[in-house]
Design a protein around this ligand. Structure first.
Ligand code: NAD
Length: 419
């Protein structure tokens, strides 16, 4: 599928970020070349019996970027606008994220071009099961472990696990993470990404000598990640002043009550007509005056067009790739720090790693232990990134990328090239 690289092309963004730090680190040319490429890209077509008797044919992918530090790991996204370039960028980003926080995985991502809102539950199940079989030759407990991402959830992970187990001949919970608890899921996994983002907000606020109590927070997207961030930050005394979904958002400078907005969103599927708040567009939400702006929806939300109008004191990237390199540059010039996705939203992959470890050992840990281990890993990663950024004068993204790329490059270098 040839795709034109444009300013907001996520793959171009991922390459630009890699090229920038490769130059700074004086990464050997051959290793840089390996990292700009992929280990494997599988493109599959997925025939599905639709409820109306027709046969639908969908397209899906699994992209594996690099496995020098461990098996591939990455989510599965269902979206009508999904492109191969999105997945290439997200897979590469997974390599950096796992490396940065020290979990022994490489990077992958997969997905299907589909609009799950237009599919019945039966169609969604058949689509998921057939996709699992199509990518089965390249996934496995020690090969590549999928997980949830946009528009995929515990139920979809359960179908992947069941389809894989059936074809594998035995119960194989470790094939996927983000599963329901009763089939090998982990306590704490559902909210792990959001909890991780909240922990990183806390670290950031402390470094910037701001007060967590009363902190004005804006969250774009109120799905798995955004709603959990809203919950944890509300519990810690922050004021969530604006939230949104794909159909627009709501704003109340005095603060929104997390429980009420969550109940409303779950019942109505959007924030439209929510009383006690002003309706706003997603574009204006990003430009609201606030302490912390948390994009937690899709990529490419902060661009060169709106970066000059961002009024947050700091941006913490809950979503993957929400800021383009041009916007990053503008925010940097305006002295608005951006805590990068590979650090800010790494909580999900950290607890996915814990889930995988528990599945492999058939030994399950209490939630308190999981959350403590998560906090320790993220605190350490934040500290390393912050220290390097202070020492070298790098922005936080560059510091995080330098640390992450170095560990992957070292692994490639010591393993050598086979044969
Ligand atoms: P989700 O599908 O549960 O929620 C996405 C939310 O964003 C929904 O509220 C949706 O209405 C909203 N949205 C969609 N399009 C939008 C738009 N154009 N403008 C504003 N809002 C929009 O997805 P999620 O799992 O919460 O993932 C959100 C982001 O976080 C993605 O970038 C994903 O890659 C990233 N992420 C997710 C995880 C995880 O564990 N789920 C881990 C790391 C990173």
């Amino acid at each position: 599928m040839p795709e034109k690289l444009t300013e907001n092309n996520p793959w171009q963004t991922a390459l630009t970020q890699l090229d920038t730090v490769s130059g700074l680190m004086m990464l050997p040319e051959d290793i840089h070349h390996v990292l700009r490429n992929f280990d494997r890209i599988l493109s599959v077509s997925i025939p599905v019996h639709m409820d109306n008797g027709s046969l639908g044919v969908f397209h899906g992918f699994r992209v594996q970027h690099n496995a020098s530090r461990g098996p591939y790991k990455g989510g599965v996204r269902y979206h009508p606008g999904l492109t191969l370039d999105d997945l290439k960028a997200l897979a590469m980003e997974m390599t950096w994220k796992c490396s940065l926080v020290g979990v022994p995985f490489g990077g992958a991502k997969g997905g299907i071009i589909c609009d799950p809102k237009k599919l019945s539950k039966g169609e969604l199940e058949r689509l998921t099961r057939r996709y699992t079989c199509a990518i089965m030759p390249i996934i496995g407990i020690e090969k590549d472990i999928p997980a949830p991402d946009v528009n995929t959830n515990e139920q979809i992970m359960a179908w992947i696990m069941d389809s894989y187990s059936f074809n594998n001949g035995y119960y194989t919970p470790g094939i996927v993470t983000g599963k329901p608890l009763n089939i090998g899921g982990s306590l704490g996994r559902k909210d792990a990404t959001g909890l991780g983002v909240a922990n990183i907000v806390e670290n950031t606020v402390e470094s910037m000598e701001m007060d967590l109590k009363g902190l004005a927070v804006v969250i774009q997207g109120y799905g798995n990640v955004g709603s959990a961030v809203g919950k944890f930050l509300s519990e810690r005394g922050c004021r969530i002043i604006a939230v949104s979904s794909s159909r627009g958002g709501i704003y109340n400078p005095k603060g929104l009550d997390h429980a009420s907005i969550m109940k409303y969103y779950q019942e109505k599927g959007s924030f439209e007509h929510f009383s006690e708040a002003e309706n706003i567009t997603n574009a204006s939400l990003l430009e609201l005056p606030c302490d912390v702006l948390i994009p937690a929806a899709l990529g490419n939300q902060i661009t060169k067009e709106n970066a000059g109008r961002i009024k947050a004191k700091v941006v913490v990237e809950g979503a993957n790739g929400p800021t383009t390199p041009e916007a990053d540059h503008l925010l940097n010039e305006r002295k608005i720090p951006v805590v990068p996705d590979i650090l800010a939203n790494a909580g999900g992959v950290v607890v996915s790693y814990f889930e995988w470890v528990q599945d492999v050992q058939c030994f399950f840990w209490p939630e308190k232990e999981i959350n403590t281990r998560l906090k320790n890993l993220l605190d350490r990663a934040y500290e390393e990134v912050f220290r390097l950024s202070e020492e070298k004068g790098y922005n936080l993204r560059t510091a995080a990328m330098v640390l992450a790329v170095k560990k992957v490059a070292d692994a490639i270098s010591v393993r050598g090239v086979y044969p």
